[in-house]
Design a protein around this ligand. Sequence first.
Ligand SMILES: *[C@@H]1O[C@H](CO)[C@@H](O)[C@H](O)[C@H]1NC(C)=O
Ligand SMILES: *[C@@H]1O[C@H](CO)[C@@H](O)[C@H](O)[C@H]1NC(C)=O
Ligand SMILES: *[C@@H]1O[C@H](CO)[C@@H](O)[C@H](O)[C@H]1NC(C)=O
Ligand SMILES: *[C@@H]1O[C@H](CO)[C@@H](O)[C@H](O)[C@H]1NC(C)=O
Length: 379
Amino acid sequence: MGSQKLHSPLLLLACVLCGCLAAQGCLEKERTALLQLRDSFYHPRPANLSEWPTWVGEDCCQWAGASCQDEAPRRVVFVSIAFARKPELGGMVVNGSLFAALEELQELRLSNNQISRWIEPKGMLGLKKLTSVNLEENLLTEESVSWLFNLPSLTAVYLSSNRLKSSSTLKAFCGLKDLSSLHLSFNTMEGTIDPCVSNMRSLQVLFLQGNRLTGEIPSLSKLSSLRTLNLGQNRLSGVFYFSSLANLANLTGVSLVDNDKLEVETEHPAWAPSFQLEGGLLLSGCSLNRRSGRRIPSFLSTQKNMFLLALSRTSIQGTIPAWMLDNVANTLVLDGNSLSGPFPQLEGNRTRGLSLLDLSKNKIHGPMPQNMKSMLPEL
Ligand SMILES: *[C@@H]1O[C@H](CO)[C@@H](O)[C@H](O)[C@H]1NC(C)=O
Ligand SMILES: *[C@@H]1O[C@H](CO)[C@@H](O)[C@H](O)[C@H]1NC(C)=O
Ligand SMILES: *[C@@H]1O[C@H](CO)[C@@H](O)[C@H](O)[C@H]1NC(C)=O
Ligand SMILES: *[C@@H]1O[C@H](CO)[C@@H](O)[C@H](O)[C@H]1NC(C)=O
């Protein structure tokens, strides 16, 4: 009897609590802001319901493409509206004021929407907690992204595949001291890489691939957090000394591919790497070790587990050392060089995971090893 009496108030209390929590699901002003945002990206609204987020219900924290912090008040911290704009509709204009209510937003993804312009960008400046912005695959120019430079909380910016035309954009990002990840690949940025990049101490990832950058690569020796560097497919020149990266202990991947005026020097001055390039090294289409006998980079013998090594068209000479086949885990491309001598013996009884090996257009002679099939079973 007594227990039943106890149960009902408990049940009642539970219901009240549930009700409260549901009501606290999301703030009305944030819910309204999200719906306005959706409607501006999906305008005109697609007839087919499956092509846009229906976003029904009071609790916007439950909607696909939005999420909230766990503790009350459950403010919206993440918004993703990607692939909303149909290509045939052409460029779209984003109204920054629509974001003003989302004051606690931490991550915003608006990639693949053909955004060409921002109006009322002041609305974005209230987003003081914003750390990550993904605007890849849009039509943005320098003027349309200038609001980003006023958000010092940013740690990750994705702006690859837009219409940024000048390296001044890169320079402007130097002002964001906490930036750890900067993606500006596949734009048409012209000009040099400003030396201010040398002081971006928080940088872990720098992607500038596929632009029209010219001039020398500034010193990266103080970027102690750097993990991945991609400056490939530009028009960089001068001499890049690999020794300048010696102390970047967290470095795992470097690409400088297809900068045909860039000389990469790995032998001088003498140095020893503190890193392991487990992602890989891509120097294809650069001029490698012109001042040191076109040698195969000797530091690679210390890199024990490279996923990928690409040294095509670098003019290197000499015989392929046996360690090279041991150190590369997946892909080794050495075509279009002056490598000579026999193919190295595959010693020991250890099989290797190499799946792609390209040695074409060299001067290698003699028979291939008989045990190739058993030593390189994945090839
Ligand atoms: C709506 O879109 C989905 C996914 O694109 C598609 O599978 C479906 O056939 C479409 N329905 C109509 C009525 O066009
Ligand atoms: C941008 O959005 C705000 C808030 O909804 C609205 O008041 C303003 O008129 C919009 N601006 C333009 C140019 O549409
Ligand atoms: C290198 O990476 C480790 C592990 O992620 C991290 O703890 C350390 O702080 C990093 N070092 C630098 C200098 O960023
Ligand atoms: C490979 O060699 C090691 C020692 O040289 C030996 O212990 C191991 O059994 C060998 N493995 C195979 C598969 O023959």
